[in-house]
Design a binder for this molecule. Sequence first.
Ligand code: SF4
Length: 753
Amino acid sequence: TQALTPTPALTPTHCPYCSLQCGMNLSAGKDGGVEVVERTEFPVNRGALCGKGRTAPALLSSRVRLTEPLVRRPATGELEPATWEEALDRIAEGLTRTRTEHGPDACGVFGGGGLTNEKAYALGKFARVVLGTSQIDYNGRFCMSSAAAAGNKAFGLDRGLPFPMEDIPRTGCLILVGSNLAETMPPALRYLTELKENGGKLIVIDPRRTRTAEQADLYLAPRPGTDLALALGMLHLVVAEGRTDEEFIRERTTGWEDARAAAMAHWPEFVERITGVSVPELREAVRMFCDAESSMVLTARGPEQQSKGTDTVGAWINLCLATGRAGRPLSGYGCLTGQGNGQGGREHGQKADQLPGYRKLDDPEARRHVAEVWGVDPDSLPGPGRSAYELLDALGRDVRSLLLMGSNPVVSAPRAAHVEERLRSLDFLAVADVVLSETAALADVVLPVTQWAEETGTMTNLEGRVLLRRQALTPPPGVRSDLVVMNELASRLGVEKGFPTDPEEVFEELRRASAGGPADYSGIDYGRLAREQGVFWPCPATDGPPADRALDESSLADSSLADSSPADSALEDSEDAALDVSPDDPAGDAGSPQGTDAHPGTPRLFLDRFATPDGRARFVPVTHRPLAEEPDAEYPVLLTTGRVVSQYQSGAQTRRVDELNSAAPGPFVEMHPRLAERLGAAEGDAVTVVSRRGTAVAPARITTAIRPDTVFMPFHWPGEGRANTLTNPALDPTSRMPEFKACAVRLELAPAA
Ligand code: SF4
């Protein structure tokens, strides 16, 4: 086990996993390890944690974590221990050779939505300044990119939730589309309980009757991939029944006529045939949504991970706009992001088409601003590159070497066997990770990096709340931060300056790079984050852009990390005030929580105007279209994929935690009894699932809680039960999101072992 740093008190920090970013305290445990202690003052989870958060320290002292670099030896073909010097030299040589022989765009960089804001920022800068490559993207492309694209189109800005989680229980009607938050973020279930206690209505839309759906007042089970039609059918009824908000449409939106015409072409009976949701159910959903004084729609991966994900989310946004349920207190559209830094990870430049501050890479003014902060010529910055799947698909062909941080695409990418083959075909692969993931096992060099509790950094949760995750432990010898890795590699590749290893110094630069951009962090600093329970962006500096100054006067040392409780509680009071919606201050943003002139942050967006040039939200006309791969005689069943409560993403971390592994030891194929009967399968029988991309085998789990035309597999495992062997990489034309959520398969009973 690792020794705790000698901080006398609890260290307040955040869970390493999902986008809720639950608050927790870390303390020295009795056994010399690390103990999680309740942190009730953090408002998002108020002390509650799921099993993943509760057991998060297990990996810190795990025997299976990496504590020394590994290099693949030509003599044996095996990964073997090496010094840091050798490992870093090998990476620099590999990247240099590729760049020399094939040009900078032959070097690829792949990041992750779990990286801190500082690392995501540094990685984007490393790719563009040190390698000069356009070929950088990250696994968040597989997470919320469709919601981001739709939000940008409609509102001119994408922030997962445009309001704090605290608003959810106070709305009148909540539609949850394709979100099983009872399993993906269990502490959030209390928001649904409180909503119902307050008299609000809950509508859940999901092909599976999940534990979340069990809470619903109205549960709708559409065929996978048809929620776009469902939203259009509801909008048709809203118009037909005279439930539109004409004043809101007139005053605060543009483009209604085209969107209205598109919706009116989707008759409820037509929608019933497409979705399997009956016309009376549609009418009831419209009645509940429109009868409430305020309403919200929240989407998650269900509607987003489709080849028409952007349009699907757009259809739900149109419903909100037509009924005046956006840009008003306790109403609106939001996306429940997935990964821990799914929000911040997409704001600071590791996305193929973006620069820090959520600026567009092809915007000349954005390039000029960021290039000035970076001290480079704007013309030297590459243009937009390939999206995540397209980048993985190009490996070994146009892209010959890859540096990968914080991601495990061998398990998490669609058409995973093909992606694995592409990774194997690279001239050179370097992976930085905390464990030997399935992707790291293919690498030429593996670097062991620090874990969440071993370094300080910021994360931005699903509300757009920027948080400080604080160091509580000294990392084991042999392990280094990703920031140190980038600094060392930059230096070996000829860039001596610009890659600090101190996270606070990186954040100060990020503040300047983001200043004036859509995701403006310039008014946020570490000292403030240590005192407050997070700050919502945009938060511009009120005293001008942050200077490129020495940092010793605004450091964490001043914020009394070792004993932050008095400041925490003072700021907790002021944050509660900032979150309180009152008629006089509907945005909850009047005055500074610190009683100074500092900008208070922006818990609620769009209440006065949307972030478009004219301040109006834009309707986007959308129409139903079929799946990229509809079932047919050869592949007659639909496969949908998702998560289980005790595993996280590719499982690289959670599969290595004994308690979680015991609770969820492997994949399964969930199917309806009627489908099982046709197949002749009993509970636990090995079922072979075949798609056009490959085959997976897992035991049958038989339940009436799923549609008879659909099977479900969780995607956390590698090997023969790998669900992503089957999934379809057909991409959304705007967001470049693959169609994880629905593809055609056939089922066979696997021969007895
Ligand atoms: Fe909270 Fe998510 Fe961590 Fe569970 S995994 S404790 S829901 S942040």
